[in-house]
Ligand binder design. Sequence first.
Ligand SMILES: [Zn+2]
Ligand SMILES: [Zn+2]
Ligand SMILES: [Zn+2]
Length: 585
Amino acid sequence: MPTLEAAAGQLPWRLGFSAKLGRHAVAEKDLPAGTLILTEKPVVAIPRSKLAGHACHACFRPLSSPVENKEGFNPCLPRYCASCKNAPANAETVQLDSKLLGLRIKLADIAKEHPVEPELLHLLVLLDVRRSAQAAAGGKPEAPPTPGGEPAAPVLHCTVADVDALHSPWERKPEAWRKTVTASLRPLHKELAALEESGALPGYRASRLEQLQSDAAMLICNLQGVGAEGASQDAGVGLFAAAAALNHSCRPNCHTVTMGQTMCVRTIVDVPAGAQLTVCHAQAYDPRPVRQAALLQERGIKCACERCAEPLAKSTDRYLEGVWCLNCTTDVLLAVPPGTPEAEVAAATYEAQMAALEAEEAARSKKGGRKAAEEGAANGPAQEAQQQGEGAAQAPAGDAQQEGGEDAAKEEGQQQQKPVVRWWRCAGCGYVEPAHNTAASGPGDVLLQADKLWRQGAMLYQMKMPQLMLQAEAFLQSLQAGVDGRLHPYHARVIDSLAPLINLALRRSDALGVFNYSVALWEAENAIQGRYSLHQLQYLNAIIDTSAAKATNTQSAVIKRQFEKKLKAAKSTAAEIRRVLLGKS
Ligand SMILES: [Zn+2]
Ligand SMILES: [Zn+2]
Ligand SMILES: [Zn+2]
């Protein structure tokens, strides 16, 4: 029986099943923000390949005599610190290691021949050996839940039975990925069959190739960072089968934190009884299409979460990809998908806008006499040139209208094989602009400039050379300023620019820069998600440090009071975030 099922009644949530949500987690009662809903130890955990010679494979602490990661190094061979090697609790594991030695040597060879992470093969072997042992033991839980630190959350040690209850995304992974992985799983499967044949592991039965495939896809989607107690979480990777019951949402109501090898899941907003519990597996501040593509590619998830289901023009998601509308200056222009009915409507709206503009100008030239008429004539050709610059549908549309109808225009456009005009439409006032214009000031042009600034800025920043940092900062600053104010302050590219700018300001000890960028980042994240994140705690800490320094160092009583006020507010918010996300103040 899976440990998660055995723990039913001890957790403040239960498993639900439905056609729409599949297997999911449901709150059993009202769960206020900050409630610990799960504490879990990994089913399997190993060091990351590049650290396998440096960290103990049981406790992930640094080894006293590390093995260099050079030619001939095998990351799949287990290495233990002295206390783990001699611990009675590890006796069985250490004994098993000696029996798996030959197989582990082969794993490194397979990983060398195929573009696959040795970690994955190593985890698959450990999982398969456990699966077989569990079947032999008659399927009873290997370790029952143990009481945890907080009353509502026992510590779950899930087993392979929990892993087997998960749905593998194998079928939903891209075909190219499946091919590559299968190429490495075939020799692995052969080795496992040989292990069974040899009788070195009494009772071991190798799984079928299909099981390995399903496990591989499941592992790729569910691995989480683990580390030594109290250290950072990047020494190893582990599989947490109970936490995997929580589905993804781009606007999650829970979050996970791993401390050492213990994962804690907490609610981050008040969750009513009966609601689904979710965590976020995407970058929350990527634009919707970027998040969705990454989720599909990495986890086989077609996201239909509440945030993704909102009409874009009404969702805060629009700011992440929007360019300020110069017509109303209160909302953003969004790209209209080409070839859709909306694109046709946008084209018609643009025509109407132009016609209205011309009528207005004609009226003005009549009224204003000769001088105004001259101005109108000067504008006329410029507009025409602009329209021709858009290419495609517009120029023919002007001619075609006289011939009678938009269909003719479309046909003519297709015959000439000109590129289709891409339209952007304001989410607020409905104003339409073509993506590009001859002045290179269209929303599409602004985005091209933003991408260029980001590429240049990020490239120079990543080179980490002091002499290039000023240049990197200049590029990132013009991006942060929204490419002359055309990008919304919550545009994804602007948000991207802020974290490196904070670091650059820190390097220069520019306290005010750190403060301003941190505030901007904090505000953007808050406006888009309206939820706490560990990131925000980082920015708040920068805000706290800077405000404290400013409040102490200033001569002016007014400025002192200002920063003391900011300091107090930032401190109390940080305390609230720590309480909700980490369960401590
Ligand atoms: Zn150890
Ligand atoms: Zn989503
Ligand atoms: Zn507008």
